[in-house]
Design a protein around this ligand. Structure first.
Ligand code: TXA
Ligand code: MG
Length: 318
């Protein structure tokens, strides 16, 4: 049986012994293990049922010297670090491959690094003095967990220690920026730190060519609920779909409408920050409801909504 705990010493001892511990971060909960311990890393892949070709993010404490693991930090990447760390931004940097387990990098010559803001994650890292690899604490392809209970639901039979850290404040995974090119960056995964915020900080233009790095989060389907999930670009399309429905649906819509009277539903918040906070949390609720399928009205196709649209479209049934 898995166990939710507030005992940080228990968690740090387990991590020192090469165990896997689910930890809170400000984005989503992660399945953490010692990044320098081959068995611990293997256990994470096994537990998540994740293919070995999907590399992991290394989590570090604030002010640790990244040159222990990376070859160089481009100037613009250093500015991103100074401004956004600790916080929901992951940087992919040129790795010192001989110092990092190839299970972390997926055999690539780059490593993804993030400095989480959640006080318990920072506290653990400081106590441990070694980096933690931590993919989102869900089975491969499923939705990320934003509460300790979500993690428990996924892994109840696995004897996993889960650190209680409350509900994640951001609610979606970190923004990932490819910073392997000294001449410019590229966003690999959109998140709550959006393109405009990055551009505002950097004079560098975003590179136009497609990155050659493998980012499995870019797969067409990912982050899926158990129930069939359909997304619609307009409420009208969703209404037409509803009229033909013979099964009960859970409806996500920006405005309350007549369908809320017939179906269980959730009125979506109208700012990207609030919607990010609620997105997985409400999808988990919908998944646990008696509805047979889930329908969602998409936010507009503009850059501030990119992170949510990207995730919703990947979660959608096809
Ligand atoms: O917010 C987050 O980033 C959460 C929390 C727990 O920190 N973690 C997370 O990890 O989302 P995960 O494993 O679910 O997603 C990591 C993504 C994957 O899409 C992976 O392919 C990409 O990061 N990635 C990892 N290392 C990479 C590398 N060297 N180059 C390119 N992409 C990389
Ligand atoms: Mg994930």
């Amino acid at each position: 049986m898995s166990k939710i705990t507030s005992d940080l010493d228990l968690a740090s001892n387990a991590l020192r012994q090469g165990e896997i511990v689910a930890i809170p971060t400000e984005t989503v909960y992660g399945l953490a293990g010692n990044a320098e311990n081959n068995d611990a890393i293997s256990k994470i892949y096994h537990l998540k049922n994740r293919p070995l070709t999907h590399p992991l993010i290394m989590h570090v404490a604030q002010h640790w010297d990244l040159l222990r693991w990376v070859k160089t930090i481009p100037d613009y990447a250093q500015r991103l670090i100074n401004h956004f760390w600790p916080g929901p931004l992951t940087l992919v940097l040129p790795a010192q491959t001989h110092r990092i387990n190839s299970l972390v990098t997926g055999g690539q010559s780059s490593v993804a690094i993030r400095c989480p803001q959640h006080p318990l994650a920072q506290e653990l890292l400081k106590q441990l003095n070694f980096p933690l690899v931590a993919p989102s604490a869900n089975p491969f392809g499923k939705m990320s967990p934003t509460t300790a209970k979500h993690v428990h639901y996924y892994f109840k039979k696995n004897n996993l220690l889960i650190v209680e850290g409350g509900r994640c404040k951001i609610g979606i995974e970190s923004t990932i920026v490819d910073a392997t090119n000294p001449n410019g960056y590229q966003i690999l995964r959109h998140g709550s730190i959006d393109e405009a915020a990055i551009q505002a900080l950097l004079l560098h233009n975003q590179l136009s060519e497609t990155s050659t790095l493998r980012v499995p989060g870019k797969m067409a389907s990912h982050y899926q609920p158990e129930k069939p999930f359909y997304c619609f670009d307009s409420r009208e399309e969703m209404q037409i779909f509803c009229q033909q429905l013979t099964m009960p649906a859970f409806i996500f819509s920006f405005t309350k409408n007549e369908y809320f009277n017939h179906y269980p539903g959730y009125q979506l918040p109208t700012t990207p920050e609030r919607l990010a906070f609620e997105f997985y949390f409400q999808l988990h609720q919908a998944d646990q409801s008696s509805a047979s399928l889930i329908l969602m009205e998409l936010p507009p196709d503009t850059s501030v909504w990119q992170a949510i649209r990207e995730r919703a479209l990947k979660a959608a049934f096809r």
